[in-house]
Structures are given as structure tokens and as C-alpha cells.
Design a protein around this ligand. Structure first.
Ligand code: PLP
Length: 355
């Protein structure tokens, strides 16, 4: 039986990428060593890191003024590292509160700075950026571009002029083109659209690097990591190689415009299957995420049955976020369209039998 994963925490990897990685693990380029054994101080890893950055810069058309940092600790570590590194002498930081992950970001930041909430989303609807009450003296304004737990996405990128815009793009990084020049900083854990857990990408505008407080541990200092080309200490070498392979795959697929189109097609099929009386989507149409599709059945007992039966049809990891409940299908870049077709067909059958 063909199996498909709709997991939110980890995306599947494309077969081509897995095959290349399996060769890399067996032996890295006739070196006699596995890719897992390459020292981070050597030329082989320096080449991998340089190629990864090159691929990422090309894919995003990244302006010169931005630095790319390859860090560890996940997006969750960035929640605290942002104010540590960017507050400078500003009195506070602005945050847009829209769901589970932005609340987590706010809670962690509040231990390091005064947090001002510039906008709040509610009822499955995201606050439109023109309604955000940002303050010109904030160090930055932070938002979560895709709320993974609730299935919400800002479908357009905000444009704010007075303070640097900071985005947690963990769930939708590289799923569509990004106008990087609108941002002061973008961060994302790699395990959704860029490969394997352990790597966190931070893209930061160079002029923001001098604002860190004193005493930040060196591996967590953006300025120190930028200066040391992300090698203040041992970087997650194998996760960087996985990212490198994923970036090559994305390029081969036609880049971010092609990805956006493909992701739009996948999610349109699934949302079309939801707009009925049995499956209910909480997110309002203008805020629905093409990456995290969340929905509910008429009662929670049916939710449980749905997840169990789906598993026996080869459709895995469909349970919703523990604090939100319901069903969640994550449609990251590497989830193929045939996985969505299989899910839609199962949903129609399930509805016919249980509806
Ligand atoms: C939007 C968002 N931010 C942050 C995180 C946390 O990422 P990590 O577990 O890598 O710290 C997640 C994880 O699902 C997420 O979806």
C-alpha cells in the first residue's frame, strides 16, 4: 500500500532527495567518508555550506544587504533570541497575535522585552496588516506568516514602513515567492519545507546586526554567527546538506513561483472537499492556509474515527494540533498532489458511510 504523511511537525522528503542523501551517507563524493563524518572545519563542509547559501540566495533573489545564518535551536529558540539580538535601546517590540505559535513567540519574548500587541486575530480571521497598530519606536514588529495549529496564513505579505518587519515563516518558508526586501528578519525551522530537523535559517538585514545586548551566548548571537559564517560552534552539518539537496530539488521543480502554483492546486482540491455540510473549515476564506488545512467533523468521536480509518488507508498523521483538536492535513512542498487526491477520495467515501 502506498503511504502518505500529512504530518505538521515534519514534512516528507522527495524520493530524489532521499536517494541522493542515501548515496551521500554511504560515501561523500569518493572521499572514503560518509557525509555524516565530514568535519565542519574542512573544505567539503565549507563547499556544502557555500552551495546551500548560493542556492537559497538564487531561489529568493536575496539582496546583498541580507545575511543568511544557519543556526540550531529551532524557531522556538528564535522566540527569545529575537529580542536579545534586536531590541537595542528601543522601549518595546510589537507582536501580532494570531494563534498558537504567535502566542508562544509573545510569551518567550516577554521574558526579554516589553511586548506590545499590535493586532489580534479572532474567529478564524487574521487581522489585515493595514489595521495593525504598530508603533514607530518599537524595535521590530513580529508576525507569524502561517499559523500551523489553526490553519491560517497571511495570504499577502504585510508592508510596514516604520519599523523592521520580522516573520516566523517556519511553516510556509519557500512555499511561495517572498519579497525579502520588506523584512528586517525572516526565520524558519528546516523540517517543514527545507529538509531535516536541527537547522534553523535566519535571514537578517545587515544593519540590524549591531543591536544585540551584551552577554548573549556566542552561538545565539546573530552578529557573532554572521561574523563566523555560522561556525561559532559545530553547525548541524547533515541538516545543512539535506537543505542543500532540498534547494536543488526546488530549483529543479521550477522555483518558488512553480511551488506556489502547485501548492495552490493541492489546497484548492482539499478546500473544495470541505465546503459542504459534513466537513467544516473554521478558517475564513481570506485567511485559509494552503499549507496547513484544518477542519472538523460533526463531532470529536468522528474526528478520532476519521484519523484511525485514514491510517488504515495509508493516510498518516492527520490528527489536529493537541490544543486545537480536529483534523489537520499539512501540505508542505514535498507532499505530492496524488497524496491530496487519495485524501479527498477517502474523505468522500468516509462521508458517504458515516455522514
Ligand atoms: C509557525 C511555527 N513556528 C514555530 C514552530 C516551532 O518550531 P520548532 O519546533 O522547530 O522550534 C512551529 C512548529 O511547528 C511552527 O509551526
Amino acid at each position: 500500500m502506498t503511504v502518505y504523511s500529512f504530518a505538521s511537525s515534519h514534512a516528507p522528503l522527495p524520493q530524489d532527495v532521499l536517494a541522493a542523501l542515501s548515496d551521500d551517507v554511504a560515501e561523500w563524493k569518493h572521499s572514503g567518508f560518509s557525509a555524516l563524518e565530514l568535519p565542519f572545519t574542512g573544505k567539503d563542509f565549507a563547499d556544502i555550506l557555500a552551495l546551500t547559501e548560493h542556492e537559497l540566495r538564487a531561489l529568493l533573489n536575496l539582496p546583498e544587504a541580507y545575511r543568511v545564518l544557519f543556526l540550531q535551536g529551532g524557531a522556538s529558540a528564535q522566540f527569545a533570541l529575537l529580542p536579545m539580538n534586536l531590541l537595542g535601546s528601543a522601549p518595546h517590540c510589537d507582536y501580532v497575535q494570531t494563534g498558537h505559535w504567535s502566542k508562544r513567540a509573545i510569551k518567550e519574548a516577554a521574558a526579554w522585552c516589553d511586548v506590545r500587541v499590535a493586532a489580534v486575530g479572532s474567529g478564524g480571521e487574521l487581522p489585515v496588516p493595514c489595521s495593525w497598530d504598530t508603533s514607530p519606536d518599537a524595535a521590530y514588529c513580529h508576525y507569524t506568516s502561517n499559523e500551523t495549529a489553526e490553519g491560517l496564513q497571511f495570504q499577502c505579505y504585510p508592508e510596514i514602513s516604520d519599523v523592521p518587519l520580522v516573520a516566523d515563516m517556519t511553516a510556509d518558508f519557500l512555499t511561495r515567492p517572498i519579497p525579502v526586501e520588506r523584512f528586517g528578519l525572516i526565520y524558519a525551522s528546516a523540517q517543514k519545507n527545507l529538509g531535516a530537523a536541527g537547522l534553523t535559517i535566519v535571514i537578517v538585514r545587515e544593519d540590524l546586526l549591531g543591536r544585540g545586548r551584551s552577554g548573549i551566548p556566542a552561538p545565539f548571537s546573530y552578529a557573532r554567527q554572521a561574523e563566523a559564517k555560522s561556525k561559532v560552534n559545530t553547525p548541524p552539518t547533515f541538516s545543512v546538506l539535506v537543505a542543500c539537496r532540498m534547494l536543488g530539488w526546488l530549483r529543479g521543480c521550477g522555483g518558488l513561483d512553480a511551488m506556489a502554483e502547485r501548492n495552490g492546486q493541492k489546497s484548492a482540491k482539499l478546500y473544495a472537499a470541505l465546503d459542504g455540510d459534513f466537513y467544516r473549515c473554521v478558517a475564513s476564506p481570506g485567511s485559509r492556509s494552503p499549507i496547513s488545512v484544518c477542519f472538523r467533523l460533526p463531532d470529536s468521536a468522528l474526528d478520532v474515527l476519521f484519523v484511525e480509518e485514514a491510517r488504515s488507508h495509508g493516510l498518516f498523521h492527520l490528527q489536529g494540533h493537541p490544543q486545537v483538536g480536529g483534523i489537520r492535513a499539512s501540505l508542505y512542498n514535498a507532499v505530492p498532489e496524488c497524496a491530496v487526491d487519495a485524501l479527498v477520495s477517502f474523505m468522500s467515501d468516509f462521508k458517504r458511510r458515516r455522514g
